[in-house]
Design a protein around this ligand. Structure first.
Ligand SMILES: CCCCCCC/C=C/C(=O)SCCNC(=O)CCNC(=O)[C@H](O)C(C)(C)COP(=O)(O)OP(=O)(O)OC[C@H]1O[C@@H](n2cnc3c(N)ncnc32)[C@H](O)[C@@H]1OP(=O)(O)O
Length: 719
């Protein structure tokens, strides 16, 4: 709703009330229309100030309402009547003015913002565009170049930047409502037409075509396959070329198309899935709102390789003191140099003072005696990690939490060597750890709810998107990825090339194809894991290695590449060819094509043409199938957690929602039918066998994803 108050004789305040972010729900829009009419009818009122309850102006349209039938006063005419008002209207922006919230403010005649306010038009991140006049008013206010950048990225900006761009008229420290009233009193009586953005001429510039083409090229490259950014450019172009009413017509047409799209549904699902992942729960009933996390101020980071460096940087950026440990002086110096350089670059970019004083580098475990939590980031070797854990217990305070950054080793086995199994959890960061947002917080069978709460809270403070997951080999992301990778190499055996597979995956929307990712990470990473797991043993024929291991189909191609020293980007060749070791531009390598031909000849495989559809079905459906097994086992609390892991850790296209959402959108019965088909063709690939949960969901009528939880026996509640 909206609250109408008369504060001074001549000023009325309309306060949006819809906690927590005062989203423009039907009730709020009704309240605004009624309050505005009251203000306009009251002869004594000369000016109106719009503000939001609890120091939050407005988080935009109510996203929850998008999935139902929309009712109540529509936003566009409501904002029009604000702008057309003969009485002066000022927006007092505190907290956030986002999406429809900022569009409402753009309809006001003046805007005052608190210094800490954040503004933006993030509709593009929901698969939409700012369709309450935002695409037409903003370019008229700040020009098309700046408007294109804000609207196509959905970036939130500070009040300071908004002032510089001309979006707000004043930035104040203190009470924005009082400042808005003071501004209103100082300008009452002045003509308003110049303040009505819809009355301004189109935002035309001589090079409008060039600017829009460049923006289009940028958005196509950045968000391959996403419709909303392209529509945003088209709408802003209309603001530059057309009179306001025609531009609004274009905005409406584009919004109609986006609003009904599966991409918008996927992105709105992703918005809520991200928030649901933060509301973690454990099988024993402990959850985010019944478990307290004590504060962490000092953290030890063990190992300053690439992962340890990134973790240390993220911690320091969050204002946390770090004691970083290495085994010898040389490694310590290398780590120190890298961490210091990253933090200095960060400080320079942000224009803040360098946070290096929060860091201590040492060779001695004794320096860890005061830390509240340690994150072990040593080499991925169980015995080494066990030794580190045992040593840690000798020096740490008795309530210090011990975390491991393993990417898939058994957390329980590690916890068993400590004197505090209840305080051991996994914190699986993704490389590079100072950039990637995902953090899997892995609870073992003995982890206490408090330890999980502490790790989740610490991750959040480090700006990570945290997902609590149970302990199983590879946890969630890597466990699923294995099946996707297996299918991709089987496709090579059967006739595909790395470029073909990657192209199909990139057209699907992945940021990078699987073979490019493998080259980037280094092929030796998986090689080492396969050796440790016994898949590669000395008795395997090096010339014609077996294509079956432990009774299952196995593809030795990646091992054969490693044997040739083709480890990916770092050696200048892997699945692709690079100009030099370390360079990033992947080129098709004729040697690989020849190698694949020879391989097929050697094993008597007759190559066949493989369609992009088959690539997607085999790679993506086997991934989703494993996700369903994970759900069945109760490793995550719901399908949303899995989708968030894929969106934030594995370059899954946001406009496809995540693998679980995608499976639901394609149709679970279609996924089941395809998996049955491929499993029939590959009976020695057990992971292609449809999971029990998939069969159950299909048998129960393929319920919408939001209802899956109630169909899964094991699942713990997040309510
Ligand atoms: C054809 C008819 C349609 C015409 C539409 C016209 C064009 C306008 C479109 C829009 O305005 S779309 C919405 C644009 N706004 C946004 O995208 C903002 C989304 N929200 C956020 O970015 C953040 O929530 C925040 C506002 C920055 C606050 O962040 P914070 O970390 O403090 O809290 P959260 O955990 O994110 O959110 C708290 C709580 O509030 C819910 N929520 C937030 N924004 C909205 C919203 N716009 N609509 C509905 N609900 C919202 C969020 O889900 C959380 O809920 P709970 O998890 O606590 O239940």
């Amino acid at each position: 709703m909206a609250l109408y108050t008369r504060v001074k004789e001549s000023i009325a305040v309309i306060t949006l009330k819809n906690p927590p972010v005062n989203a423009l729900s039907t009730a709020v829009r009704r309240g605004i229309v009624e309050s505005l009419s009251q203000a306009l009818q009251d002869e004594q009122v000369k000016a109106v100030v719009f503000c939001g309850e609890n120091n939050t102006f407005c988080g935009g349209a109510d996203i929850k309402e998008f999935s139902g039938s929309m009712s109540g006063p529509p936003l566009v005419p409501m904002i029009h009547s604000i702008e057309a008002s003969e009485k002066l209207i000022v927006a007092a922006i505190e907290g956030v003015a986002l999406g429809g919230g900022l569009e409402l403010a753009l309809g006001c005649h003046y805007r005052v913002a608190d210094t800490n306010a954040r503004l933006g038009l993030p509709e593009v991140t929901l698969g939409l565009l700012p369709a309450a006049g935002g695409t037409q008013r903003l370019p008229r206010l700040i020009g098309i170049t700046a408007a294109l950048e804000l609207i196509t990225t959905g970036r939130h900006i500070s009040a300071k930047e908004a002032l510089k761009l001309g979006i707000v008229d004043q930035v104040i420290e203190g009470n924005a409502v009082l400042a808005a009233m003071a501004l209103a009193l100082s300008v009452i009586g002045q003509p308003l037409n110049a303040r009505r953005l819809s009355l301004q001429a189109p935002a035309w510039v001589p090079d409008v075509d060039y600017v829009c083409e460049a923006a289009l090229a940028r958005v196509k490259q950045r968000s391959r396959g996403a419709m909303a950014p392209v529509a945003c450019v088209q709408a802003v172009r209309a603001a530059a070329m057309l009179p306001y009413s025609k531009g609004m017509e274009k905005e409406r047409q584009l919004m109609d198309m986006l609003f009904r799209s599966s991409q918008a549904r996927a992105m709105q699902y992703a918005f809520f899935a991200q928030r649901s992942a933060g509301k973690w729960s454990l099988p024993n009933g402990a959850q985010w709102n019944n478990t307290k996390a004590r504060n962490v101020e000092r953290v030890g980071v063990i190992g300053l390789g690439t992962m340890g460096q990134g973790i240390a940087v993220s911690l320091v950026k969050a204002g946390i003191s770090v004691v970083a440990i290495e085994v010898d002086t040389k490694q310590l110096e290398l780590g120190k140099k890298a961490v210091t350089a990253m933090l200095q670059r960060y400080a320079q970019r942000q224009g803040v003072s360098s946070p290096l004083h929060l860091l201590k580098f040492t060779l001695s475990f004794h320096q860890l005696r005061d830390v509240d939590l340690v994150i072990e980031a040593v080499f991925e070797d169980m015995n080494l990690k066990k030794r580190v854990f045992s040593e840690l217990c000798k020096v740490l305070k008795e309530n210090t939490i011990i975390c491991t950054n393993t990417s898939g080793l058994n957390v329980d086995e590690l916890a068993a060597v400590t004197d505090r199994q209840h305080l051991v959890v996994g914190m699986h960061f993704f490389a590079p750890a100072h950039v990637m947002r995902l953090l899997e917080v892995v609870y073992g069978s003995g982890s206490s709810p408090e330890a999980v709460a502490i790790a989740m809270a610490l991750g959040k403070r480090m700006q990570k998107v945290c997902v609590a997951v149970g302990n199983c080999s590879g946890f969630v992301g890597n466990r699923m990825l294995k099946h996707y990778m297996d299918q991709s190499v089987y496709l090579l055996e059967e006739g595909a090339t790395p470029e073909q597979v990657d192209q199909a995956l990139e057209e699907f929307g992945f940021a990078m194809g699987i073979f490019k990712v493998a080259d980037l990470s280094g092929l030796d990473v998986g090689w080492r894991v396969r050796k440790a797991s016994g898949l590669i043993s000395p008795d395997i024929d090096p010339v014609k290695p077996s294509r079956w291991r432990f009774g299952r189909r196995y593809c030795p191609l990646p091992d054969m590449l490693c044997q040739q020293g083709r480890l990916g980007q770092k050696t200048g060749h892997g699945w692709y060819l690079y100009n030099s070791p370390g360079s990033k531009e992947a080129k098709c390598d004729p040697e690989i094509l020849k190698f694949l031909e020879d391989y097929r000849l050697k094993y008597g495989i007759i190559p066949r043409r493989i369609s992009s559809q088959e690539v997607i079905e085999r790679c993506v459906f086997s991934l989703a199938n494993e996700g369903l097994r994970i759900l069945e086992e109760g490793i995550t609390a719901g399908p949303e957690d899995i989708d968030i892991i894929y969106l934030f850790g594995y370059g899954w296209p946001r406009y496809r929602g995540g693998p679980m959402f995608y499976a639901a959108q394609v149709g679970l019965s279609v996924v089941l039918e395809k998996l049955e088909h491929y499993h029939h063709l590959q009976p020695d690939v057990p992971s292609l066998e449809p999971s029990q949960l998939l069969r159950k969901l299909v048998a129960e009528g393929s319920p919408p994803i939001q209802q899956w939880k109630s169909h899964i026996k094991n699942l713990h509640s997040q309510l």
